[in-house]
Design a protein around this ligand. Structure first.
Ligand code: PLP
Length: 433
């Protein structure tokens, strides 16, 4: 009999429409998901799981929140797409700026990839320079110049990380190890006048969750300002999830508490949460830079479905529900889950480290310290993770199918879900001992 995974693989390359959904990192065959509600997803065989994927970030309120669903239904009934500006697009952009002051102007797009791609083009257009600096192991979507990964200790000129990306497209990307102040400073010393931008995740969350070393974001901002380069902060994953003003807000609040002036991105990208599960992403930033975008300026960017009214309805309803209470609960849940999982692993003598960034966290098996660089994150025990993944799956818990992902909690996750996950980890850990 043909399994679903075999049927899917016969038509969709790898059986998926986005590679992270495949179980290549853990082995085995995924069962299709049929529905989701609150903290749970249900597969096509009717099995329910506590969900720690959360649509890879957007489902911050839990799945199918009634207010969001109603907003989408009402918007759909008014028309799916007009190709003209709507009131709600303006309201969503205002909502973003109201929470994240450096986003003085906002352009809505449909995916995080479009947002970061546009940010790079805008930085190049505004500075007239070609080179960009990115950090090894950080993900910014799949546009050509950003599909360039690792260099080792020293800053290296990029080589493509994907077939189909030309050496030319990668040659202008300089890759630096994350958190390495010396390598970053050296990159500026060597290439400064030709650097258009540095792009970083506000807190890296695509090689597991990484806490940015104290002062690293500030250093990037200072080097960019001194050299006339654009400081691009990618908050597609962390935005309005790591905290009420993304990870920028987490560091801003800490700076203010310490009596230090907060650092500011020149451009910032959002996605995931701002669409509430629908395709909405955004580029924001300094007004003088953003006004270089078409139709005001010479940097072209466009989209038939940008600011789509149904998608925007989901995003706006989600953002308006994100109160301080929601973040306080998310934070408590992340603490309880990360702490409970760590204790269960520790009790069984399983070496591990927990990476944290605001309400985001992930677990690195086999490491004794939370990593900062990709090299360190890659030294985790991925085989042990695969065993834990399958044990948890059997116990009704859906983990991301890769050791390099964040564990996403939502406002709908409560004590019962935390207990179920911690018990499942404890049972697996005992079986490993
Ligand atoms: N930037 C970051 C930090 C991301 O995590 C992602 C996706 O996971 C992207 C950009 C790309 O967003 P999208 O998948 O919507 O194109």
């Amino acid at each position: 009999m043909t399994t679903f995974a075999q049927r899917a693989a016969a038509i969709l390359p790898g059986g998926v429409n986005s590679p992270v959904r495949a179980w290549n990192g853990v082995g085995g065959e995924p069962v299709p998901i049929a529905s989701a509600k609150g903290a749970h997803v249900t597969d096509a065989d009717g099995r329910e799981y506590v969900d720690l994927i959360g649509s890879w970030g957007p489902a911050i309120l839990g799945h199918a929140h009634p207010t969001v669903v109603q907003a989408v239904q009402e918007a759909a009934a008014r028309g799916l797409s007009f190709g003209a500006t709507t009131v709600r697009e303006v309201e969503l952009a205002e909502e973003i700026r109201g929470r994240y002051a450096p986003a003085e102007r906002v352009r809505l797009v449909s995916t995080g990839t479009e947002a970061t791609m546009t940010a790079i083009r805008l930085a190049r257009g505004a500075t007239g320079r070609s080179k960009i600096v990115k950090f090894a192991g950080l993900y910014h979507g799949h546009s050509d110049s950003l599909l360039v990964a690792a260099g080792s200790g020293l800053a290296t000129s990029g080589v493509p990380d994907s077939a189909g990306v030309t050496r030319g497209a990668a040659a202008d990307t300089i890759v630096v190890p994350y958190g390495d102040e010396e390598a970053l400073t050296d990159a500026f010393a060597e290439h400064g006048p030709s650097i258009a931008a540095v792009i970083t995740e506000a807190a890296p969350a695509n090689m597991g969750t990484i806490t940015p070393p104290l002062g690293f974001n500030r250093l990037i901002g200072t080097l960019c300002r001194n050299e006339g380069a654009v400081f691009i902060v990618d908050e597609v994953l962390t935005g309005f999830r790591a905290g009420p003003a993304g990870y920028w807000g987490v560091e801003r609040d800490a700076d203010i508490a310490a009596g230090v002036d907060p650092w500011q991105p020149d451009l910032v990208t959002f996605g995931k949460v701002i669409g509430g599960g629908m395709p909405v992403a955004a580029l924001g930033g300094r007004a003088d830079l953003m006004e270089q975008l078409a139709p005001l300026g010479p940097v072209y960017q466009a989209g038939t479905l940008s600011g789509n009214p149904v998608a925007v309805a989901a995003g706006l309803a989600t953002m308006r529900l994100l109160t301080d209470d929601v973040y306080a609960r998310l934070s408590r849940t992340a603490d309880a889950l990360a702490g409970g999982v760590s204790e269960a692993l520790g009790d069984a003598g399983i070496r591990h480290a927990v990476g944290r960034a605001g309400t985001l966290f992930s677990v690195f098996l086999g490491l004794s310290e939370p990593p900062v660089t990709f090299e360190h994150a890659a030294a985790q025990d991925t085989a042990a993770f695969a065993r834990m993944f399958h044990a948890l799956n059997g116990a009704g818990v859906q983990l991301p199918p890769s050791a390099f992902e964040t564990w996403f909690v939502s406002h709908a996750h409560g004590d019962a879900e935390v207990a179920q996950v911690v018990d499942a980890v404890r049972a697996w850990a005992a079986s490993e001992a």
